[in-house]
Design a protein around this ligand. Sequence first.
Ligand code: NAP
Length: 181
Amino acid sequence: MFDFTGFKILVAGGSSGIGLATAELLDRLGAVVVVSGRDAGKLEAARARLGAKAAALAFDATDPAQRRDALARIGAFDHLVACLSGGKGGGPFAGLALADLRAGFEAKFWPHAALVQDSLPYLSATGSITLVSAISARASNPGTAGLSALNAAIEGLVRPLAVELRPRRVNAVSPGVVDTP
Ligand SMILES: NC(=O)c1ccc[n+]([C@@H]2O[C@H](COP(=O)([O-])OP(=O)(O)OC[C@H]3O[C@@H](n4cnc5c(N)ncnc54)[C@H](OP(=O)(O)O)[C@@H]3O)[C@@H](O)[C@H]2O)c1
C-alpha cells in the first residue's frame, strides 16, 4: 500500500518493541531508517534486523547535548517517529509517589517534546511527526491516573502542532497493551 523509497525516517526508541517493529516495517517499505536508543548493544542488534541502508545512532533523548548532536549528525530527514518508553507513574493514585509520576514525565513527555522541537530545523517541510502515546490517555482504568495524565500531555501537543506546523502532519498513535520488552 505504501512506498517509502527515498524517505529518511528517524525512529527514536527504535531499538526495541513498538519502535523496532515500526522501523522494520518502514525498512521493508523502502525507507532509509535511522533507529535510536541509549543502549548501544540493543541498538546494534536492532540495526542488524534492518536492511543495509538502515543506520543506528545511540543517544539519550533526555540529554539536550546528546540529542542535538545526534540530530545534527542525522541531518535532513522526512519523518519523525518517537516512541521512547517511560514506565513510571502507574498504580493507585492514593499511594502513587508523585516523584515517580514526575520521573515518568521526565522519561517520556519531556524527551518527546524536546525531540519534536529540536527536529524542526531538520524535518522536511512536507514531512510528519508521529508520537506514541497510550490508550490510558482516554480510558478510565483504575490505577492509571498518572499514566493517563502523562500520555494526555503528549496527545495535547498534537492538535495545535498539526495546525502550527502545517503542511507537516502531526499525529499520535495510541496503543493498547502490546507485548514488548
Ligand atoms: N507496550 C505497551 O503495552 C504500550 C502500551 C501503550 C503505550 N506504549 C508506549 O509505546 C512506546 C514504546 O513502548 P515499548 O513497549 O515498545 O517500549 P520498549 O520496548 O521499552 O522500547 C522503548 C524504546 O525507547 C528507547 N528509549 C527509552 N528511553 C530513551 C531515552 N531517554 N533516550 C533514547 N532512547 C530511549 C529504548 O532504548 P534504550 O532503553 O536502549 O534507550 C527502546 O528503544 C512508549 O512510549 C510506551 O509508553 C506501550
